[in-house]
Design a protein. Structure first.
Length: 185
């Protein structure tokens, strides 16, 4: 009798833990070359390195750098190397200039693939998870057309080139957008 009760408790505990395990996919890689688009639950080990080089003009740019790749900023993985396609406009890009960087404070909820966040509602103008509120950069609005604002998992990375902005990486699509932290409650 005690054995049957114990086995039922263990089975129930295992069953109850499955959704939590499914919400935290891992991933990895290092900055570098191109390759296959990420996504499918994977997330880069870290955000992009600060850009050094000739800044690219994105006024009429296409991001599909290979057949089957999305035509929005995305992350490619080739073996151990990760490339943040589209994060090459440099520090002085006027599209990502904020007069008051971090006006609503700094996000301190956690960065990188060990902190996967499930979107809980809203849209590009204002979305949230775990009582943290965000807004997509006006210049990036078309890049998030396929995001599911009430169920996609995202990972937040610091943007090394644009003060006041973070990068929200969608683990399902392998795409990312600049986002501003609007505060928490």
């Amino acid at each position: 009798m005690k054995t049957k009760f114990f086995l039922n408790v263990v089975a129930l505990a295992l069953f109850a833990s499955l959704p939590a395990l499914a919400q935290h996919p891992g991933g990895g890689g290092h900055a570098g070359g191109g390759g296959h688009p990420m996504g499918g639950g994977q997330a880069p080990a870290h955000g992009p390195a600060p850009f050094h080089g000739t800044p690219q003009n994105h006024d009429d740019r296409h991001f599909s750098n290979a057949p089957g790749h999305p035509d929005v900023p995305h992350v490619d993985k080739d073996g151990r190397h990760v490339n943040w396609v589209g994060h090459d406009t440099g520090h002085d890009d006027p599209h990502y200039h904020l007069d008051h960087p971090f006006e609503h404070g700094h996000f301190d909820g956690g960065f990188g693939p060990s902190h996967v966040w499930r979107l809980r509602g809203g849209g590009p103008g204002r979305f949230w998870f775990n009582n943290f509120y965000w807004s997509v950069a006006p210049w990036d609005l078309t890049y998030v057309d396929g995001w599911l604002w009430d169920q996609d998992d995202i990972v937040i990375y610091d943007d090394p080139d644009h003060p006041g902005w973070y990068l929200a990486y969608n683990t399902r699509l392998g795409t990312y957008a600049h986002v501003e932290y609007m505060g928490g409650e």
